[in-house]
Design a protein around this ligand. Sequence first.
Ligand SMILES: Nc1ncnc2c1ncn2[C@@H]1O[C@H](COP(=O)(O)OP(=O)(O)OP(=O)(O)O)[C@@H](O)[C@H]1O
Length: 624
Amino acid sequence: MRRIWRLLLYVRPYALYSVVSVALMAVVGAMTAFRLLLVKPIFDNVLSPQESKRVLNFPVPHTGWTLDLNFLVPNHFHNSWTIVAYALVVSALLKSVCDYAGTYLVNYAGFGMITDLRNDLYDAILRRSVAFFQKHATGTLLSTLINDIERVQYAMSTVLSDFLQQFFTLLFTIGVVIVVGGKLAWVLLLFVPIVISSARRIGRGVRHTTRKGQDKLAEIQNILHETITGNRIVKAFGMELWETDRFRRAAKRLFQANLKSVSVQAISSPLMDALGSVGIALLLLFGRDRILHREMTAGSFVTFLIAVFTLYDPVRKFALFYNSFQQALGASEDIFKFMDAQDDVQEKKHAHVLKGFNKEIQFEDVGFAYESEGETKQVLQNINFTVRPGEVLAFVGPSGAGKSSLVNLIPRFFDVNEGRILLDGHDLRDVTIVSLRKQIGKVTQETVLFNDTVRNNIAYGQPDVPMSKVEEAARMALAHEFIMKMPEGYNTMIGEKGVRLSGGERQRLAIARAILKNAPILILDEATSALDMESEHLVQAALANLMQGRTVFVIAHRLSTVRRATRIAVIENGRITEMGTHDELLLQSGTYRRLYDLQFSGHEGNVAGNGEAARVQTDLEGIA
Ligand SMILES: Nc1ncnc2c1ncn2[C@@H]1O[C@H](COP(=O)(O)OP(=O)(O)OP(=O)(O)O)[C@@H](O)[C@H]1O
């Protein structure tokens, strides 16, 4: 029920359109019913040998009124054919105009609310914390943004307009059935509970099977996303066949889920057909009897019968409408789930704006654990250090020791579980997230580039920055030259994720972007993958320019970087085990010394003591 209210809240801005469209659809329903009433005078007057001037003379129950067409049409039309013909044409015109305008307005409101809902969902998903994106696969999120929204859209536009039309047709036709049929109408009441209960049962089944179908579709989208974006790896490992097989299995599961859904849905029409024919057969029996006893004219009975036939269509469709609305409700479940997901990282109500970075960053007894599926994994413990402006702090240590997790705490991608991190004395949790992240630049191993021009990639987040600044940043990142060699210079599109660039070029673009952002704090995750000598040299020089005058936290893999660092922290099993300058740590003869010697001497002893020699080596590759 809450979900329905929430969906309706989205309709609120379009309330006027909705109200007008409901009114127009009511006219459509009324006109449909009115045209049914014309059947009686066609039989009893127009086609009857005894011409009567009183056309369509129906008593309206409990009011003492009679509905007389003679009042509605101009005087000179007063012969039965002209009256009926006039009424037929005018009602058809009115119905058509209202039908068109009503359908347009319902769809206007439906598409409008869906656009708002989709925008809100996208906004909500984009703002979710890093942990959210680790929990939910990309394909699942895409599936919700596209397929679930599509289902709600279908229900709120196409189905809703049809529903309104059929609803009013049903309502007014019931009126006709009661007015014309009298006692005969009560026979129909017998069928109401059967129709409602079977529609409800079918609807429940549909909601369940649709949800399953959507999940299977999300599964397929996940595979597509992984294999298209990871296409090179699939090729490199010759996994095409395996992936095809995986896709086919998922496609088969979707096929089965869809069939199940169809088998539940398809039952509604034949069921209604069967019920309908039983009802009509019964009516014929009673009707014949009443005509024989002259309680009803043949014209009234035919009107009544056609009205019952007309009822049948909306009733039959109601099961389908119910299915569609159920499907939309099922789909909205996921939409609202993602919109309401509680973020692990939240901004306090009165968080203040961080103006800049001047004094120090302090880690005080920081502990951090990942929570996933009810399990807690402690990754960092007792982390204590202070970094002053302009310092370069390098983190080294074996793979999985917690280096990335530690630096991810600074921009609040995750929040600490114990202790606190202070920036100029402010706990990071007390400042606004935007103002905090404004102080931080980040260059990671995995360069994130968008399918846009070189210029827009460098100026990401600052669309109005002058071209001269973009160029200046590119020069400092030693990227200007290769950019100028591209077909359209800074206006060249670089392809999805920068596929049209080399690894070194991609990194230099990312460095240019960080230079342009000009944040005082820099987080650097050095690439482990080897570039060729020249490329490596250029990237190093670009990094040196970027680091100039900034406070840097760097996950270091190269000797040049650790040498440049003011201090080095060795992280092992989530703790800082050694900290000092390169020379001090070498003198200590601890882990750092061992790692360093390992690289120098080139022998491959098990320095980490836990079978991690190869990984340690990768981590410190280039230290020698
Ligand atoms: N989202 C996550 N959920 C659960 N555990 C995680 C998550 N991310 C990382 N871990 C685990 O936390 C530990 C520390 O990971 P982290 O990435 O910080 O190590 P690292 O020192 O940066 O390693 P590397 O040098 O290989 O990048 C690892 O054991 C890793 O498996």
